[in-house]
Write a protein that binds this ligand. Structure first.
Ligand SMILES: *Cc1c(COP(=O)(O)O)cnc(C)c1O
Length: 219
């Protein structure tokens, strides 16, 4: 079964990096996957999932939470400010805090409700114009502004450019997290999660290698 294989490869990568067993969290990215594939992974006991779209997650996860008990759902897709309220009610973590307007919105939601999901700041390590994320040069100021609003990000997240070796991007993200005293590192996908673990990933986001190819392409 694909999940078992991915878990075994994760454990081997943890060992090879001299890291403790279980130091990396596997986020099974279930966006646009048919329900039977997701249920098969739930039935195998996996409890940490990732979604890209607020509406899709809102339609799927409340029933599975009720049926399967405690589980974590992580938001890993771009988050529109007008969906932030729904998102903080739905998700256990948001990996895509990427701009001041979203930080301001989350800070006001935190004031109103007292707690927020765990937050990761998305960094555009490849400085790609079409990609979301704070530019590396702007990260210090962005984190300072977040902390001034009483937001306490747990870590950093990146999606390296598709056509490049991800290694320097993972190394850069790890260095920036260490520089800013952040312990979470969300990096690595189906094709490169072992490299990400070697560079200190605490959360890997793996979709197609667990569930198979997605039914339609996603942005
Ligand atoms: C879809 C997605 C993934 C999973 O990608 P796979 O290549 O299927 O493992 C990981 N991270 C983000 C941000 C995604 O949008």
């Amino acid at each position: 079964m694909a999940l078992d294989q991915i878990l075994a490869r994760m454990r081997a990568a943890e060992r090879a990096a001299g890291r403790g067993e279980g130091s990396v969290t596997l986020i099974a990215v279930s966006k646009v996957q048919p329900a039977d594939r997701v249920q098969a992974v739930l039935d195998q006991g996996h409890r940490v999932f990732g979604e890209n779209y607020v509406q899709e997650a809102a339609a799927k996860w409340p029933a599975w939470r009720a049926a399967y008990g405690p589980l974590q759902v992580h938001m890993i897709g771009p988050l529109q400010t007008n969906k932030a309220k729904l998102a903080v009610d739905l998700f256990d973590a948001i990996h895509t805090l990427d701009r001041p307007s979203l930080a301001t919105k989350l800070a006001s939601l935190a004031q109103a409700r007292g707690a927020l999901p765990q937050l990761f700041v998305q960094v555009n390590t490849g400085e790609e114009p079409q990609k979301a994320g704070v530019l590396p040069a702007d990260l210090s100021a962005f984190l300072r502004d977040c902390r001034a609003m009483d937001l306490a990000p747990h870590g950093l997240m990146c999606i390296p450019p598709e056509d490049q070796d991800p290694t320097p991007h993972f190394a850069m993200l790890a260095r920036m997290a260490a520089d800013h005293g952040l312990s979470g590192l969300s990096m690595g996908m189906s094709g490169d999660f072992e490299t990400a673990i070697a560079h200190g990933a605490t959360h890997i986001r793996v979709g197609s290698a667990i569930f198979g190819a997605r039914a339609y392409p996603t942005p």
